[in-house]
Design a protein around this ligand. Structure first.
Ligand SMILES: [Zn+2]
Length: 110
């Protein structure tokens, strides 16, 4: 085994093969390539937005107050970012967060 083989990451992050929004756009459902099905609400995704406007880049502290996210917030747009992440536009107009698969797996529940 060469040096380069040993430092290569052995595990790549699991990604979702199916991404669906509920008809009212308030829930996201994911089917992962390992067969696990998870889901969460648009509200949770909006509250956990990882963008620089919601999380302080230096301290990693969340600057967005989760209580200010409306319970009926919806996902108005959903787009893949390469093959590693998804990005959402929410009904409150916010759309700068990039959600890597790893984060989505953490935020969603079976
Ligand atoms: Zn944000």
């Amino acid at each position: 085994m060469s040096f380069w083989d040993r430092i290569k990451p052995t595990e790549r992050p699991v990604s979702a093969t199916e991404v669906t929004l509920s008809p009212d756009n308030t829930r996201l459902s994911l089917v992962w390539e390992d067969g696990v099905k998870t889901g969460t609400t648009a509200q949770v995704l909006r509250q956990q937005c990882p963008c620089a406007g919601c999380v302080d880049e230096w301290t990693n502290k969340r600057t967005l107050d989760p209580a200010r996210v409306a319970a009926d917030v919806r996902i108005t747009q959903l787009q893949p970012v390469g093959n590693y992440a998804l990005t959402f536009v929410f009904s409150d107009g916010h759309g700068t967060g990039i959600y890597p698969w790893k984060l989505l797996r953490e935020l969603t529940q079976p």
